[in-house]
Design a binder for this molecule. Structure first.
Ligand code: ADP
Length: 797
C-alpha cells in the first residue's frame, strides 16, 4: 500500500495520512462481532434507473469491499426524488451532477468528498463545459453575439451543461435567451437530437455538453465539418470544443448527518479507486480525485440568479417560508397582537372620547335643565302665588255664592210663602249678593209698565235713577240677547253708542214657554268696586229660571183650573140636559094624563049640562097649566141641547192625556196603571173636545170604580185608539175589573140606571147622547182578552 501511495505523486502526503487513518478505522470496524451497517448512495439517474444501477453499482460494491463494516447501496433518483430524500435526511451519500450538487449543498448542507475523473478518448478530465454550435454555412451566425434574434435549442432550463452554462455566456455578451431570441426550445435528452436539429437547419443554433460533438463524430454520426462553434474557447489541457467556461465534474458528497469519520473513509476509498478498475470503467471514469472547487458553479448561479440564488431575482415564497417559518409566524403573530392591541386601544380611545363627549353633552344638558328648572321654579312660585290668590278669591266668592244659593233655596222652597213674597225676598237677596241698591222684575213690554215687582230703599222717590239704569240695561240685554253685567256704566260702550248714565247694573231675561217673558234687573246709581264674574251671571240666571218656571207653572195651573171648571160646567149642563130629558119623559105621561083628565072632565060637564062655570074654569086652568108645564119642559130641553156643540179638529192624544191627568190622583191612590196606545195611521177628529173628554172621564171613572172594588192589589186600564171600519176612529176603554152581570148589560145606557149606592146612573146615558150627537156609536162588549170594554166611534170629518 505504501508503494502504491508512492506511485501517486502530489497527493502522497495526504493519502499517506488518510491511509493510516483508514487502516486504523478498518481495524476498529473489522473487529469480530461487529455487523455491517447499510449506507445509501442517492444517484441522479438522468438516463433511467437501470442505467444508473449499471453505471454506479460497481462503485457501491467497491466501497462495500473497501469499508467492510459498511455495505453501500445505490438508490437511483430523479431530481425531485433526490431533493425530497435529502431534505428528509434519508440518504447517506449523494452522487449527482455539478449543478444539482451546488443546489443541495446550499439548501441542505451536503458536502463534496471527491470529484469524478471522466475518461474520454483515453484521457481523464475533471472539468467540463458546453459548446454552442450552428451549422457551418449559416449565413448570419459567426459569433456568439449573432444569436440574438435567432432560434436556439438546448436540453432543458435546469440542465447545467445542457443550457445554464451557455445561458451565462449569452448574458455575458448581452443576450437574454428568454427575451432576445426568436425562439428558445428545450429538446431534453439525448443531446444528439440537438446536434442533428442544428445540422438539419431546424434551429439556428444549439448547445450541448462538451465532448458530445467529438463522440458523435467518432461514432460516425456526424461530420464535424458540418458544424461551426460559436464563441469557441481554448482551455489548457481541455481538448474538446467548448464555448463556455469550464466547471468541475460530478462530485461524490456526504449528507449532513453522515459522520465525518465515515466520510473520510469513503473519500479515501474513492481516491484509491484504480482508474482501470471495473468500478471506474463502468462509471465511464478513471476514478476519483480530491474534491474540486465548486465556486465557479456558485458564480454561475449567482449571475443567473437561479438555483440557490433564485431569491436574488424573485424571492421564492416557499423557500422564504421554509427558511424563516418560525420568524414569519412569530412576526405575524406579533403584528397581529400589535394590530389587535392598536385596534383595542383605538377602540378604547374612541370610547373614552365618545363617553367624554357624551359626558360633556350630558353635563351641558344637565346645566341647561337646571337653569330651566330654576326658571320654572321661579315661574311656578309666581304662578302658585297668583293661583293661591285666585283660589282665595274664588273661595270667598264661592262662599258668598253658596250663602246666596242657600238663601235662594230657602226662599223658593218655603211652602208657607206665596209667590209674591218669595219674589220680593229673592230680589232683596240679589241686591245683597250683587251689591246693588235697586231690583225690579218687569214684563216683556217696552214701557216697563209690566213691572211685576220692585225692591229698593224705602223712599220710592229715589227709585227714579236706578229704574232708568235698569231700563237702559234691559235694552242692552234685548240687543245682545244674553245676560249683561256692567260694573261701571261710564266705562261701558253700549251697542247704540250712548253714554248718558253712570252707575252699575246686572240683569237677564226670564223665559216662559221658551219665550222671553220679562227681565230681572238689578242696578245701583254708583259704580261698584268689583268686577262681575261668571258666578254672578250663574246666580242671576238661576233666579231668572226660577221666576220663569214659577210663572209657567202658575199659568199651567190656571189653564188646568179653567179647563176643569169648563169640563164641570159642560158636565153639569149635560147632566141637566139629560135630567131634563128624563124628567120630561117621566112628566110627559102624568101631564098628558092630567090633560086627558081635564078635557074628559070638561066633556063630562058639557054632556051633563052642568054649567058650573067656576069648576069649568078650574078644569080648563088645570089643562092650560099642564100644557104650559109640558111646553116649559120641552123648551128647557131644547135650550140645553142647543148649547151642546162646539166642534173643532184635534188629535185624540190631546183629549185622552188631559182626561187621564185629571184622574191621576185617584189612579195613583188605587195603584191603577193606564196604558194608552194609538194605531200608527190614526188621524185627527172633528168633535167637541170638552164633550169627548167628558165621555172619556165617565168611562175611566167607571173603570176606576170597578177596579177599586176588586180583590186584586192593582188594576190596569187600557185605552186603545184605532182606525175604524168606516173611515172613522174607534176608541176602546177596557179594564181588568170583574165586568158586568148579564142583566145589567141591557140597562147600561138607561138614564138613572146604576148599581152603585151613590151612583146617579147618568154617566153612560150622557155619554151615549154625546157620541150619538157627533154621529158616532157607543157599545159595551167583552174584548179578545175577556175584559169589559166600552167602545165608541167618532167621525173624522
Ligand atoms: P153610575 O156610574 O152613576 O152608576 P153610569 O151610567 O155611568 O152611572 O153607569 C151605569 C152602571 O153601569 C154602573 O152603575 C155600573 O153598574 C155599570 N158599569 C158601567 N161601567 C162599568 C164598568 N167598567 N165595570 C162594571 N160595571 C160598569
Amino acid at each position: 500500500m505504501l508503494k502504491q501511495m508512492a506511485r501517486q505523486p502530489g497527493i502522497s502526503r495526504l493519502l499517506a495520512a488518510l491511509g493510516m487513518l483508514g487502516l486504523l478505522a478498518a481495524s476498529v470496524w473489522s473487529s469480530p462481532g461487529y455487523s455491517q451497517t447499510e449506507m445509501t448512495i442517492g444517484v441522479l439517474a438522468f438516463r433511467g434507473k437501470q442505467d444508473a444501477l449499471e453505471r454506479w453499482g460497481p462503485t457501491a460494491q467497491y466501497l462495500s469491499q473497501s469499508i467492510s463494516d459498511h455495505s453501500f447501496k445505490i438508490v437511483p433518483l430523479t431530481l425531485e426524488g433526490m431533493l425530497s430524500r435529502v431534505e428528509q435526511d434519508r440518504l447517506d451519500f449523494i452522487l449527482t451532477n455539478t449543478g444539482n450538487y451546488v443546489v443541495l449543498e446550499n439548501a441542505f448542507g451536503i458536502s463534496r468528498l471527491a470529484t469524478l475523473k471522466v475518461r474520454q478518448f483515453a484521457a481523464d478530465f475533471t472539468q467540463f463545459g458546453a459548446v454552442i454550435i450552428t451549422r457551418r454555412g449559416h449565413p448570419d451566425l459567426n459569433q456568439l453575439e449573432d444569436i440574438a434574434g435567432h432560434s436556439l435549442m438546448a436540453v432543458s432550463e435546469e440542465a447545467f451543461g445542457g443550457f445554464q452554462m451557455a445561458w451565462r455566456e449569452l448574458i455575458d455578451v448581452g443576450i437574454d435567451p428568454f427575451e432576445d431570441l426568436q425562439s428558445l426550445q428545450f429538446a431534453g435528452f439525448p443531446q444528439d437530437d440537438i446536434v442533428h436539429a442544428v445540422i438539419a437547419g431546424e434551429v439556428d443554433a444549439g448547445t450541448v455538453r462538451s465532448g458530445t460533438i467529438e463522440r458523435m463524430a467518432a461514432d460516425g454520426l456526424i461530420d464535424i465539418e458540418q458544424i461551426r462553434v460559436l464563441g469557441s474557447r481554448d482551455s489548457k489541457s481541455f481538448p474538446f470544443l467548448h464555448s463556455t467556461r469550464l466547471y468541475p465534474e460530478w462530485p461524490f458528497a456526504k449528507a449532513r448527518k453522515t459522520s465525518q469519520e465515515l466520510a473520510q473513509r469513503v473519500a479515501i476509498a474513492l481516491l484509491q479507486m484504480k482508474p482501470d478498475s471495473e468500478a471506474a470503467t463502468l462509471a465511464l471514469s478513471a476514478g476519483w480525485t480530491i474534491a474540486l472547487d465548486y465556486g465557479p458553479v456558485h458564480e454561475l448561479f449567482q449571475e443567473l440568479e437561479i438555483g440557490p440564488y433564485a431569491y436574488l431575482k424573485k424571492p421564492e415564497l416557499a423557500l422564504v417560508w421554509r427558511e424563516y417559518k418560525g420568524w414569519i409566524i412569530f412576526s405575524l403573530a406579533m403584528v397581529l397582537v400589535l394590530v389587535t392591541l392598536l385596534v383595542l386601544i383605538g377602540r378604547v380611545n374612541r370610547r373614552i372620547s365618545q363617553s367624554e363627549l357624551k359626558y360633556r353633552e350630558e353635563a351641558n344638558q344637565r346645566k341647561q335643565a337646571q337653569e330651566l328648572l330654576a326658571s320654572h321654579k321661579e315661574n311656578l312660585e309666581v304662578r302658585v302665588e297668583e293661583r293661591t290668590a285666585e283660589l282665595a278669591e274664588v273661595n270667598t266668592s264661592l262662599r258668598r255664592s253658596e250663602a246666596a244659593l242657600r238663601a235662594m233655596h230657602d226662599i223658593t222652597t218655603d211652602a208657607d210663602r206665596g209667590f209674591d213674597d218669595k219674589l220680593e225676598s229673592l230680589l232683596s237677596e240679589g241686591c245683597r249678593f250683587f251689591g246693588m241698591e235697586f231690583a225690579m222684575v218687569t214684563g216683556a213690554t217696552e214701557s216697563g209698565e209690566g213691572s211685576i215687582c220692585r225692591v229698593g230703599s224705602d223712599a220710592e222717590s229715589s227709585w227714579q235713577e236706578p229704574m232708568r239704569i235698569c231700563e237702559r240695561l234691559r235694552d242692552e240685554i234685548k240687543t245682545l240677547q244674553q245676560p249683561v253685567a256692567i260694573a261701571d256704566f261710564s266705562a261701558y260702550s253700549f251697542q247704540d253708542g250712548s253714554r248718558d248714565l253712570s252707575g252699575s247694573a246686572i240683569g237677564a231675561d226670564y223665559r216662559v214657554n221658551d219665550e222671553t217673558a220679562g227681565f230681572i234687573l238689578y242696578s245701583s246709581s254708583n259704580a261698584v268696586q268689583r268686577v262681575f264674574s261668571d258666578v254672578d251671571i250663574d246666580i242671576l240666571q238661576l233666579m231668572a229660571q226660577w221666576l220663569g218656571g214659577e210663572l209657567e207653572r202658575s199659568e199651567i195651573n190656571l189653564r188646568a183650573q179653567e179647563h176643569q171648571a169648563h169640563l164641570a160646567h159642560v158636565s153639569r149642563l149635560n147632566t141637566m140636559g139629560e135630567m131634563a130629558t128624563g124628567i120630561a119623559h117621566e112628566l110627559n105621561q102624568p101631564l098628558t094624563a092630567i090633560l086627558n083628565y081635564s078635557s074628559g072632565s070638561l066633556r063630562l060637564l058639557q054632556k051633563n049640562g052642568d054649567d058650573d062655570t067656576a069648576l069649568k074654569n078650574a078644569i080648563e086652568n088645570i089643562g092650560n097649566d099642564a100644557r104650559r108645564a109640558a111646553g116649559i119642559i120641552k123648551r128647557l130641553r131644547e135650550f140645553i141641547k142647543r148649547s151642546e156643540h162646539r166642534p173643532e179638529r184635534f188629535l185624540l192624544r190631546d183629549c185622552i192625556e188631559p182626561a187621564v191627568e185629571l184622574l191621576r190622583p185617584r189612579l195613583d191612590q188605587h195603584q191603577i196603571d193606564v196604558d194608552v196606545s194609538y194605531a200608527a195611521d190614526v188621524s185627527d177628529v172633528l168633535a167637541d173636545r170638552i164633550q169627548i173628554e167628558q165621555v172619556l172621564v165617565n168611562l175611566l171613572l167607571n173603570s176606576i170604580d170597578s177596579l177599586q172594588h176588586c180583590a186584586q192589589a192593582s188594576g190596569k186600564i187600557m185605552v186603545r185608539v184605532d182606525s175604524g171600519d168606516k173611515g172613522d176612529i174607534s176608541i176602546g176603554v177596557s179594564d181588568t175589573g170583574k165586568g158586568l152581570a148579564a142583566d145589567v148589560v141591557d140597562h147600561l145606557f138607561d138614564p138613572f140606571f146604576t148599581t152603585k149606592t151613590e151612583g146617579m146612573g147618568m154617566g153612560l146615558s150622557i155619554s151615549r147622547s154625546i157620541i150619538e150627537s157627533h154621529g158616532g156609536t157607543i157599545e159595551y162588549l167583552v174584548n179578545e182578552f175577556q175584559q169589559p170594554t166600552f167602545r165608541f166611534t167618532l167621525p173624522t170629518t
